[in-house]
Design a protein around this ligand. Structure first.
Ligand code: SAM
Length: 204
């Protein structure tokens, strides 16, 4: 299926409602950093972009879905940070941004349709300024929204890092690990999930 069509249908079936909270990993690794320009890949409904903007970052938020962008923009308006976020609808498989950023974040930038996640994150890593952070999180266990589905194998953190094919001499490894997080499923069920976190700082 065409990725634009897939994600449009996904967000059209959803509502604009979101948790209103940033992803746990973003909050953990970015709270103490000096704000600057941030690039978010796959912003979805915009909670991370809004949190970054509220914390002083000038955000470029990218997503393939026009509907998601609409939800994210409304989220930014509700939170009074619209002027701090540039919403940029594009397909990262075919159309890549340029610039230099103190933070490049990709939280659960994953897709069940054809998607070269690792090469997209590798490419985005080149936009991280010296001293800046590359923060890429993926599911390390079945996500809470899909607990009814069987679990599968997920790459271990070291393997997830290797899959990005980065020149590791250029980076300080802040975190390459599986972090546990408490989560609630769609029917209120509770449990732990694993986030596979790659947090790298570009050497100056
Ligand atoms: C699993 S969702 C994660 C959304 C958000 N980061 C979060 O943590 O809730 C993946 C997001 O990536 C976006 N996406 C998927 N393929 C894309 C592509 N080729 N170019 C840009 N965005 C894409 C989707 O529209 C979706 O919003």
């Amino acid at each position: 299926m065409d990725p634009t069509e897939f994600w449009e249908q996904h967000y059209e079936k959803a509502t604009s409602e979101s948790s209103g909270r940033p992803t746990a990993v973003l909050e953990k690794f970015v709270t103490d950093r000096t704000s600057g320009a941030a690039l978010e890949l796959g912003c979805g409904k915009g909670d991370d972009a809004v949190w970054l903007a509220k914390n002083g970052w000038a955000v470029t938020a990218i997503d393939i879905s026009a509907t998601a962008m609409g939800y994210a923009r409304a989220n930014a308006v509700r939170n009074g940070v619209l002027e701090k976020i540039t919403f940029d609808q594009r397909d990262l498989m075919t159309d890549f941004p340029t610039g230099s950023f103190a933070l490049v974040t990709a939280q659960f930038l994953e897709s069940p349709v054809v998607f070269a996640r690792n090469s997209i994150i590798n490419r985005a890593s080149r936009l991280v300024a010296p001293g800046g952070l590359l923060l890429a999180t993926s599911h390390g266990s079945v996500p809470s929204g899909s607990w009814e589905k069987p679990d599968k194998c997920y790459p271990k953190p070291k393997e997830a890092l290797e899959n990005l094919s980065l020149d590791l001499r250029e980076w300080t490894q802040i975190c390459v690990d599986n972090l546990e997080r408490f989560a609630k499923g769609p029917n209120g069920e509770e449990g732990m999930v694993i986030d596979t976190v790659i947090a790298l700082e570009r050497k100056g």
